[in-house]
Design a protein around this ligand. Sequence first.
Ligand code: HEM
Length: 410
Amino acid sequence: MHYSWNVLDPAVMGDETTMHALFRRLREHDPVCLVEHPDFEPFWAITKHEDIKAISQNNAAFLNNPRTVLIQREFERALLAQFGTRNGLETLIHMDDPKHRKLRNVTREWFKPGPIKKLQGNMKTIARQYVDKMEAMNGECDFVKDIALLYPLRIIMSIIGVVPEEEAMMLKLTQELFGGQDPSQSRGGNADDGLAVLMDFFAYFTAVVEDRKKHPTDDLASVLANALVDGQPMEQLDQISYFIITATAGHDTTSATISGGMKALLEHPEQLEKLRGRPELATSAAREMIRWVSPVRHMMRTTTDDIVLRGKSLKAGDSLCMWYPSANRDSDAIDNPDTFDIERDNRNQLAFGYGGHMCLGQHLAVLEVELFFRELLPRLKHIEMAAEPEWVQAIFVGGLKSMPVRYAFR
Ligand code: HEM
């Protein structure tokens, strides 16, 4: 077994220590590494910041379709049979221009800093509710399960327009979709189970679209249900896929950042004290948490031409897999990358990707993380870890599964 196969091992990739050790080795010894594993179609693992940035910004030469994330060969085949594409669903992240640009434009305004700031009041209220919940739990909780998983979910669901009673079901579906390799979170081990999860998403959002066509409100669901593309109503499949990408991309990632950010603060008490004393650092701290955690482990691209990258010859049609956590710990691009520093200038980090597909929800994500810690820290007298944290086993979106904490409020 070649050591590069470990990028496909959910246990290695789930845990930040083993993951970063692997990426360090790849960056130093084989930064453009061909991975040939029996269960996956071959791909090139790209681990240097400079390469990931260059690939991401050239959307004409490196396409998102047909292979956007790493999926086992058997599941890719099942998706091909069911949907006619290896990606299964075609969401924004699976599309290329011109369609990508047109569909991204449908919600571009919604996700800009100005409109997002307008949601701040509602988001603060939700942050307060979860900090209140923590306070009511009498000094002990599982920070991941009780708080960090739920707060971003409520926010994205309130933005989309999903009512609180249906959130638990959405959370389960998302975990089944993204945490599919973690035995404790998947519905079942085989391809049929994965497809069943997708079909459940379809059924749910089809009903939402029908409702907002009849009764439009000011939520995102109404924007999507009534949007025009090239003067025509959006295709139903595009609409449903849009819901799925915003609902799914919009909470697991932010949850993982909040829990991983809290873990980083606990392990760097001087940073925790600094943030508590200087709340104006909350935005910069949120950005550092996002770099530190880099919850989206990878995205893929397909080359349109033969290219040579760091001496390796890639053929047109080859798959490239860009590992964001590795880019964000690359000392050629980021000073002292293994230091958690809430005052760092984070303009160069790649946790949100780069170029035409750069995260649509990035301003929302930063604000969510920031608002949560702004609410929590002034009320907290003391906090410590109460047991070893556990990681989700995943190679796509990773993060903590559990982190028991003990604390006292003021
Ligand atoms: C810390 C939290 C988050 C991280 C680290 C993150 C990361 C990413 C990354 C790496 C990409 C792919 C970029 C590329 O290919 O260049 C992406 C795309 C995307 N993200 Fe996020 N994301 C986060 C939160 C959110 C939130 C809150 C939303 C809200 C809806 C969201 C919505 C999206 C969408 C719709 C795309 C697809 C954009 C496109 O392909 O045009 N993300 N995100």
